[in-house]
Ligand binder design. Structure first.
Ligand SMILES: C[S@@+](CC[C@H](N)C(=O)[O-])C[C@H]1O[C@@H](n2cnc3c(N)ncnc32)[C@H](O)[C@@H]1O
Length: 350
């Protein structure tokens, strides 16, 4: 078995104008990472995430908490690029099994290929494209009474954020999509075409503490039906704010918060998280360990409250007293890890 999860198999290079690739699809060498390892190393050394990949966060801390052992059953509820799943599998094999869950069928197919290419036997893992809110029925469907180790690494992956076709980024233009599973529910564009101004304001406040929520929701609703691309949305948000230079950091932060708030709404992230957290104790074996990585206060508040509630009701024997942050070194090497907060809980024994 290889030490690292390999990149995707080789594909032909697309042509681009000029000396440097600009579009995501032109970042050929990063997208073909196993063939162009030196180029990937250079991107990593600049503290960036190579296109088409995701750098797993707090791996050592998570392995320390979950303490996966050979023969155990692990659940990765947010499979993504499979970085954490691969590390869990390395520890539970031989004899163990991993259930990987993700809403994103596009990335799941790639991750399956790379797990197999890394030498993980097909019998050692099962991947389910599903919402983790359905955790109890997913485990029941696999005949699993409870997991020894459980991980949820919340939010979106770098592959999803960086690919303009997925509509999560305002760095490049793309369709205003934002669905983790593009086959279900409403895209951000369709949501903005139908939502009321009052409801939109509530979403911006509840999901991102946006102080300019009233002006922004008014501006977005005045362009109802016309917000079809990520840059059109970014421009509409900008139009609601006092005029400042285009790259003004405060404006960029506001646009980022609005994108986050919409993404949370489009994917029903908070209700899925609450449902999953409330069923989690019954999905763990006695003594089973759970770790949840969150990336903003709306997520961490819910994780903290659910773990405390489970502890007070005697379902968990112990929980994290406070959150764990990525080391300074990790934050420096991978700036996308810097907002991460890790919490854990242990199921009561017997
Ligand atoms: C931060 S990434 C996980 C990265 C992964 N740990 C790795 O090492 O590559 C989060 C993933 O969770 C998925 N996701 C988010 N909410 C979900 C939900 N409610 N149900 C299932 N998957 C979800 C996203 O599609 C995304 O692939």
């Amino acid at each position: 078995m290889s030490d690292e999860l390999p990149h995707e198999p080789h594909k032909r290079r697309p042509r681009y104008r000029g000396t440097h690739p600009r579009k995501f699809s032109e970042k050929y060498k990063e997208l073909q990472g196993s063939r162009y390892r030196d180029d990937v190393e250079k991107v990593l050394a600049r503290g960036m995430t190579p296109a088409g990949s995701h750098r797993p966060v707090c791996v050592a801390e998570i392995l320390g908490i979950l303490a996966p052992q050979a023969g155990e059953l692990a659940v990765d509820a947010t499979l993504g690029n499979g970085g954490h799943a691969f590390k869990l599998l390395e520890n539970i094999l031989p004899g163990g099994r991993l259930v990987g869950i993700d809403l994103d069928g596009i990335e799941m197919a790639r991750t399956r290929t790379r797990l197999l290419a890394a030498g993980i036997p097909a019998t050692a893992f099962v991947l389910r494209q599903s919402n983790f809110s359905a955790l109890p029925s997913i485990l029941a469907g696999e005949g699993i009474a409870g997991a020894d180790c459980f991980l949820a690494d919340l939010g979106v992956s770098s592959m999803q954020i960086d690919n303009p076709e997925r509509g999560f980024t305002f760095k490049h233009d793309g369709p205003l999509e934002m669905r983790m599973d593009p086959e279900r529910g409403l895209s951000a564009s369709d949501l903005l075409a139908t939502i009321s101004e009052v409801r939109l304001r509530e979403i911006l406040v509840a999901n991102a503490d946006e102080s300019s929520a009233a002006a922004i929701s008014r501006a977005l609703c005045s362009r109802r039906g016309k917000l079809r691309t990520t840059l059109a949305l970014a421009d509409a948000i900008r139009s609601a704010l006092p005029s400042c230079p285009k790259g003004d950091p405060e404006i960029v932060k506001t646009i980022r918060r609005c994108f986050q708030a919409l993404r949370i709404e489009v994917n029903g992230e908070f209700s899925a998280l609450e449902t999953m957290l409330s069923s989690l104790p019954s999905c763990l074996r006695p003594g089973g360990r759970a770790a949840v990585l969150s990336f903003h206060s709306g997520e961490d508040r819910r994780v903290e409250a659910a773990f405390r509630d489970g502890f007070e009701k005697g379902m968990y024997s112990s929980i994290a007293e406070s959150f764990i942050r990525p080391s300074r070194e990790e934050q420096y090497n991978n700036p996308r890890s810097s907002s991460a907060k890790l919490r854990w809980a242990i199921r009561r024994d017997g």
